[in-house]
Ligand binder design. Sequence first.
Ligand SMILES: [Zn+2]
Length: 332
Amino acid sequence: MPALWREKIAAKADGQDGRTTLAGGNVKTISPLRSLAVAAALTLTASALAGVAAPARAQGVDFAKAEITTVKLTDSLYVLVAGPAQGNILASVGPDGILIVDTMYPQMHDKIVAALKAISPQPIRYVVNTHLHGDHTGGNAAMARLGAVIISQDNMRKRMAEGPNPSPAAALPTMTYSDTLTLHFNGDDILIFHPLKAHTDGDSIIYFRKADVMQVGDVPASLRYPNIGVEAGGTVDGMIAAGRQVMQVANPKTKIVSGHLGPVIGFREIEQQIVMFEAVRDRVTAQIKAGKSEAEVVASKPTKDFDQARLGGAITPDRFVSLVYQDLSKPK
Ligand SMILES: [Zn+2]
């Protein structure tokens, strides 16, 4: 089933321009944008990102100092960037209005609105959430108050509505889908699709097919240690599979917008992240089989040879190893 389903998604994303989807290998990096300097120096406690849709857990971020940098990708697509702890927002701006992917933490709302106003006076009509974590959904309620329709995958809304810390009704998506949804907006065909259990079990990946720009949320993308939503159905193997799926649906020229850092990356970073994930997974699995505890596995520094390139994010190597351990030690 999953293989068939992936084929279906890849076929959907294969536009009428005759472009073929990628089978693997021989890829190159695309973007000069990744070296974008982000002025805001943010720090975040490791535990803060572990929460489910709990904006209150964003302690440690100095929101007063967090500034948004707007990066223009095309005439109608922009990325709002605010530092490693905040999810990058991809914005489609045009005659139909504004669509944004994710809403950062609630404290960022006014700055987001100001940054969008600086691009266009149009109303914010849609929000698409990549997943439920607070750094991506914290501003939902405020966006809904401005009249935006909030869209997510079914499982994301379910978890937000029913979890141990249920979100207020105003923050919940009002439109959900199961496998795919296409929005026709600002002249583009926007494919929203659901990878199987990946960063969480309710992830969405958003592909602007005509512009050839894809926002992938927190599946493996920019070089950092990603959070794994082990409390929300996310798994290590699912993260790896989603990284591969992104490379099937996208092509080597696609501008891939990462959930954090970047903001634009290419297949090369995804492949490097998959290599890292597989190596760390295998090392941690071997130690679990040998009866090691979480603390022992963390202390053995199984990410050591990958650390140097990945210290710019909000998740520390130790925190990442803990998350990998927690997933792999779950009874299957
Ligand atoms: Zn996340």
